[in-house]
Design a protein around this ligand. Structure first.
Ligand code: TPP
Ligand code: MG
Length: 800
């Protein structure tokens, strides 16, 4: 690039700013008024929000960013992003013309759906912002472990709306960032003082400034543009500055909307002094006065560039940039402008003012004063676009088919998880080297302790465990170092999901693969659910281990009992959910998971289970603290496959089967006991162990679709398992979770199902007491069987 901020470059940037604004507003206009819009639905506006950020994004993308920098763009500024990529030759006209349409450019930038180099998806406000913070932490993690050092360090940048700062997850992230020594992170606040419905409170910038400074950030205020600074230096200018500083947000917005004459009247009424101030105002036409009052820092290219250029350190920086929502458009400043759309007549006037000929609306260089060749040459020099494809690739780490673990006679899946990680931690495998664990203050209580003892905690700067150096006995060695492999988080579960989202994208962002495993208590998934959904939406890859779960944690208390999570596991796209009962199953599932999270192949479903396993995804393991008697058996390849596919017969049904008991997870002993007690009174009972209701259900749905498309021989795993069942046999399902999780089994081959599970919660007690109370004990299973599979009275009914 030629000299920084040379007048020549600045004037090209100014033209590009207008071009970005034009293309973004035109894209939205086209989707609403030009393209066939048969549904009659308004194709979301956001012209005003785009205008607000057009100057900053122009400065950022065409000048400041380097290829290694990564950006989360305010969701409703998506059209700006697509316009910039279009100008850089990285977005197609077809996609822009189909904005918000089927397979068109996305309404909110999407890593997976857009094709124009989106770093981080956004949409649910606040989450993209936190993503940048944790991505910076991830970059530090990767580099501290000696990986990716050949690549330059990048900045993680969020462009956020001012109202976006209402989202609590941002502050949770900031606190964590402070604890972790955050670096290389910029947040640029589009301080237009408007949200969706309203004009924001007065003086918020000051609150933000104090907050950010408290958390160790530098704060840069971009308040006045160059025109304003010049005016302030004139006689009477100081009075004007004071007036601007004390003008309420609502009034400023209203005057912006009304324009030059309204400004003049108001300013004359309030500060007109028949002296220097009046002269200052009179030296300017109405248009010039409006331009002066609209010339806030966030719309002044030289100020923005200077502010970005001035950062010569890696401390986190918050830029608070004063802007005008709808800047340069007739929507400017109006409090209702969030979803406002310019009318065709307004667009026509705007087109003319941009010197764009009809029919040339999409032409990249139409209406610009600089010759196209000059702009093309400038665009060719843009540093951000100089390195080609910015989406990186990382090799897959080979995962052994089976993981070592010593299984005790009685063991819980949670303990099994701890033992498996302990074994992995002991070894010297590349899998273990790439694993990184994280937990929101429940590291020890989710059984990660032994792993952490072996692998240490991560911090950029080493910190000894004082208890150890003071020789105070403790089970845990809590030493922090740059080579540590566990990220200890504060309690905020949102941050767990955000860090998993960042660690789980390291292969594409840093070109270095990590195998992230996060642990938390199962009910608190709900606390971070939107962040989990967001992580899955942008295809981050991780393993989530949730334990303890359900009412099985018994004495721990009602507020910790989870009911809905198995359904979340089924319904969450991009997340394969498992709930094993036995530790050998868990070992199989964990080995599968470590491989599955690395897959990114084609989407062809396998004829074995009709699941699209080659596309991979993230994994959720719902575990329990209940010690149960383990089964001594050989793990055969067939059993291994069935566990991964979602179910196997623990006791195969006979040819005249009257009853199937299908269970998931920690209630295995109750199901086994009930089947034992009923064996004399019902013929050929089958006992189905379900390791993944989610995968079983997904495979069934996919096989149904395949048959509907004509692949009449398609059979899913559950259909094969049920193939020999007589039609009249009844199925009792049971799990420590919502009964709907397994109720669908009846629809597979038309069997009658009585689904048992937990619908209410909140009691403490022993496991026996609670299972009885909520009706998931052996007696409840037998009572359900008696009704659903009628026959002679089951003699042990009531005795279990
Ligand atoms: C979690 C979440 N809640 C609500 C919304 C709907 N929404 C989109 S933008 C917005 C207000 C945005 O205001 P601000 O952040 O100030 O943006 P700008 O003024 O730049 O448009 C809201 C409520 C959302 N996208 N995400
Ligand atoms: Mg706003």
């Amino acid at each position: 690039m030629t000299s920084s901020g040379s007048p020549q470059d600045l004037s090209i940037l100014a033209e590009l700013e207008r071009k970005v604004l034009w293309l973004a507003t035109w894209t939205i206009h086209h989707a609403n008024h030009v393209r066939d819009n048969a549904d009659g639905l308004k194709v979301g506006g956001h012209q005003a929000s785009c205008a607000s950020l057009a100057t900053i994004m122009t400065a950022l993308y065409f000048r400041t960013l380097r290829p290694q920098d990564r950006v989360a763009v305010k969701p409703h500024a998506s059209p700006n992003f697509h316009a910039i990529q279009y100008l850089l030759g990285r977005q197609t006209r077809d996609k822009l013309e189909a904005f918000r349409g089927f397979k068109g450019a996305q309404s909110y930038p999407s890593r997976t759906k857009d094709t124009d180099d989106v770093d981080f998806s956004t949409g649910s406000v606040g989450l993209g912002v936190a993503q940048t913070l944790f991505s910076s932490l991830t970059q530090d993690y990767v580099r501290s472990h000696g990986w990716g050092l050949a690549r330059p360090e990048g900045r993680m940048i969020a462009l956020l709306g001012d109202a976006e700062l209402d989202e609590g997850n941002i502050f949770e992230a900031m606190l964590e960032g402070w604890k972790q020594g955050l670096r290389n992170c910029w947040w640029i606040v589009d301080y237009n003082r408007q949200s969706l419905d309203a004009v924001v409170r007065e003086g918020l910038w000051e609150r933000y400034q104090n907050l950010f400074r408290n958390f160790g950030w530098d704060v840069v205020l971009l308040k006045y543009g160059a025109l304003q600074e010049t005016a302030f230096a004139e006689p009477g200018g100081e009075v004007l500055r004071q007036w601007i500083d004390s003008c309420p947000n609502q009034l400023y917005s209203a005057l912006v909307f009304q324009g030059g004459a309204a400004w003049r009247k108001r300013l004359n009424d309030e500060i007109g002094d028949q002296g220097p101030v009046t002269a200052l105002l009179e030296r300017r036409s109405d248009d010039e006065l409006a331009r002066l009052m609209n010339n806030l820092g966030g719309h002044d290219l030289p100020s923005i560039i200077a502010a970005f250029d001035a950062v010569d350190h890696d401390r986190p920086v918050c830029f608070i940039a004063y802007t005008i929502k709808g800047y340069g458009l007739p929507l400017a400043g109006h409090k209702d402008n969030h979803a406002g759309l310019m009318t065709p007549a307004q667009m026509e006037t705007f087109r003319k003012s941009m010197n764009i000929r009809p029919g040339e609306e999409w032409s990249r260089f139409e209406g610009l004063e600089h010759p196209a060749a000059e702009i093309e040459a400038f665009l060719d020099r843009v540093p951000f676009a100089s390195a080609g494809n910015r989406s990186l690739l990382a090799e897959r780490i080979a995962v052994p088919e089976s993981l070592a673990v010593t299984i005790q006679t009685q063991m819980s899946t949670q303990l099994g998880f701890g033992a498996l990680l302990n074994e992995l931690g002991r070894g010297d495998t590349s899998v273990a080297a790439r694993m990184v664990t994280a937990s929101p203050d429940v590291t020890v209580s989710t059984s990660l302790g032994p792993w952490v003892n072996r692998r240490g905690l991560f911090a950029r700067e080493a910190l000894a465990d004082t208890f150890k150096s003071e020789r105070i006995p403790s089970t845990f060695n809590w030493e922090f170092s740059p080579k540590g492999q566990h990220i200890e988080l504060g309690i905020a579960e949102m941050n767990l999901f955000s860090v998993l989202s960042a660690l789980g994208l390291s292969h594409v962002i840093n070109g270095e693969r990590l195998l992230p495993i996060g642990t938390l208590y199962d009910p608190f998934i709900a606390r971070g659910l939107d962040a989990l959904n967001y992580a899955c939406y942008q295809d981050a890859r991780f393993i989530l281990v949730a334990t303890p779960s359900g009412i099985t944690l018994a004495p721990e208390g009602g507020a910790h009992q989870s009911i809905a999570e198995p359904l979340i596991g089924m319904a969450q796209d991009g997340l394969a959910a498992f709930e094993p009962a036995f530790v050998d199953e868990l070992a199989v599932i964990l080995a599968f998971a470590l491989d599955y999270i690395q897959r990114e192949g084609g989407a062809e479903p396998s004829e074995r289970n009709w699941l699209r396993d080659e596309t991979g995804g993230s994994v959720y393991l719902r575990l329990s603290t209940r010690p149960i008697e383990q089964i001594k058996r050989n793990m055969t390849p067939a059993l291994r496959q069935s566990i991964v596919d979602g179910a196997y017969w623990l006791r195969a049904p006979g040819p005249n089967c009257q009853l199937v008991v299908a269970y998931t997870g920690a209630v295995a002993p109750e199901a086994i006991q009930a089947v034992g007690l009923m064996a004399e009174d019902r013929r050929d009972i089958g006992l189905l162990a379900i390791s993944s209701a989610d995968r079983l259900n997904a495979g069934w749905a996919a096989a149904c679709r395949a048959r509907e498309r004509g692949l009449i021989h398609a059979r899913s795993h559950i259909e094969r398992l049920f193939a020999g069942l007589p039609r009249h046999c009844g199925i009792v399902t049971v799990l420590d979770g919502h009964p709907a999780t397994l109720a669908w089994l009846g629809a597979v081959s038309g069997h009658c199902v009585r689904p048992l599970g937990v619908e209410h919660f909140g009691q403490t007690g022993s496991i026996d007491e609670l299972y009885r109370h909520y009706g998931i004990d052996a007696s409840a299973i037998i009572a359900a069987a008696q009704v659903i599979a009628p026959g002679r009275p089951i003699r042990y009914l009531g005795a279990a």
